[in-house]
Design a protein around this ligand. Sequence first.
Ligand code: ZN
Length: 369
Amino acid sequence: MLTYKYKLYRTHRTIWLDRMLRECAFVWNHALSLQRRYYRMYGKYISTVDMQKHFAKRIKRNLLYSHNSVEVLQRLDAAYQRFFRKLAKRPPKFRRAADFQSFVYKLSGGYKIDGNCFSINRIKKIYKFHKSRDFSGNIKTVRVKRDPCGDFWLYVTTDAKVESSNTTHDGAVVGIDFGLKTYLTLSDGRVYENPQFFKQTLRDIRKAHRRLSRTIKDSSNHRRRRLELDRLYRKISNRRDAYQWRLAHELCRHYSTICLETLSLDGMRRLWGRKVTDLSHASFVSRLEFVATKYNTHIVHVDKWFASSKTCSCCGYVNKELRLVDRSWTCPQCGAHHDRDLNAALNIKRSGMDALISGSKSAFSGRHA
Ligand SMILES: [Zn+2]
């Protein structure tokens, strides 16, 4: 499965898409209030099948097909299931139409994509989009999404597989340590500095926030300042995405095996605060994994409880006194002087190799058992 993202042209016709989103929000809120009332009266949850039946029979929307509303109901059900399994703290809430972001075509009916034209049958409107690249495979779902800036995007998911191009690396193995001071430290000594996009634009953002707070709520000035702020945030995330993709390609082009530490994000956020969201290592890891399939690169995850920065990479001595502020230390057992991040990267590489070797051994013995 691959998803391609295209931007729709800005026209006055997108007002119809806003209306469709408004109807989606109606479906969500109506189903939610039904659930709440049912729970108050009988103490039970309406199953998603019954809810869909009820909507198919009773609740007709002018602009939506039934599979559009079914998808909204499924989203609501998923939100409830997360709450029941204690993955979410609260049950789903009522949503304002302005905050409802997307609707989905799960079946092939109801829309058509022809060249760079996306047409919606129910409202009889054709939207052009910037076709930045061709998509391959058969279309599975199409999602129309409105971003906070009011622009519309088309997400086309197809059944195409990621094609691996020719491998360009020569069997090199590398361990990577994620950090705050430096973005990445590689076990062969290479270092990627932290591009703090957020920090660069932080001043602009503070300014925009101040401007916003001076305006009166629900005034047109307020809306304009809000838009300014949302554009700034979008700019940052675009720059961050571009940087991460480029970096992922560069690493996968060079190395055939990349060892990483599994991240525990909540722990990191508690420890380091805002900067982690700026670094957004987690999104980088998922991008790296995706790019790795293109280059036939192997990604190995090392257990996060393994003390990568406290262990001496020469002799294996564990320095329990090492604090977060110590950037370098000398091993009391063998006398080697370590840079904190490089030492961690070396340890991650070794432990990743160990995991690989023991993994292949167990596969080997399994075959003969
Ligand atoms: Zn040592």
